[in-house]
Design a protein around this ligand. Sequence first.
Ligand code: C2E
Ligand code: MG
Ligand code: MG
Ligand code: MG
Length: 276
Amino acid sequence: EAKSTGRGQVKFFNNTMRKKLKSHADIENDLQHGIEHNEFELYFQPIFSIQHCKVIGFEALVRWHHPSKGFVAPNDFIPIAESTGQIINLDLHLLELAAKQIAAWQQQGKRFLRITVNVSSRHFASVDFISQIHAIYNKYALELGSLCLEITESGLIENLELATKIIEGLAPLKVKLCLDDFGTGYSSLGYLHQLPIHVLKIDKSFIDHLTDTATPLVDAILSLAASLKLDVVAEGIETQEQLSILQKTQCDFGQGFLKAKPMPAAQAILLIDKPL
Ligand code: C2E
Ligand code: MG
Ligand code: MG
Ligand code: MG
């Protein structure tokens, strides 16, 4: 049992906790090594139009091929990278991988793809992010509008003014902004109209509850998005029933295991512009 005695804390760790701490420290050390040795790969999950299930783009999702631990899922290292601050370097590395892939696809004539990349909201606390994204655009000669960034709302509203300034600094590149996991955070509606964002992604937990008819909450998010002229993506569509319900709404786009899981780039690109 761990015991906290307040000031001058004494803690007793059991074996499970010690093991957890060790693997936390391991991951911290391994992350930097992993970036340097190119152990991260982006998978791409199709995003499709709700009405015709036509693939219009992809969400990039990181996968770690760890030399001894094997395949490590993002939920096992992204939160650690967030807590150590390594997320800044990791995200920049992954943005480069995404940019490289987008550039390769653009050279093959696959233009007007919508690629979304997840980034920590920590980037929206420093204006450095503006020049970092501009540098990536220049390095890979990306077409304007190639990139959409997904962020969760909580980090943004903590520093609304700076976040807004950063998003505006990315506007010349036509970088789009998507609020990920929408509805699970603070969702103070007051700030939404102030943020220059383009897309709301409805969190999977709301889609899970679509079993019979659209729920009032999903309806509310959809009408909110309509009045703010934002595109809406429903994430985590797992059943035909959920899809059918969404097809009776104004929801623009969807994503989920029902139609396609995240997959390697070479496989994903074959699906573009095709119905799933
Ligand atoms: P997210 O951005 O909300 O991504 C959606 C997650 O849901 C992905 O998990 C995806 O594989 C999963 N998913 C999609 N459709 C379904 C479905 O129908 N059913 C179920 N059960 N799951 C579905 P994944 O790839 O494990 O990523 C987890 C989270 O890790 C992401 O959540 C995102 O917050 C973070 N993440 C992933 N890649 C990156 C990255 O490159 N950078 C950063 N900063 N975070 C990332
Ligand atoms: Mg996401
Ligand atoms: Mg999400
Ligand atoms: Mg989610």
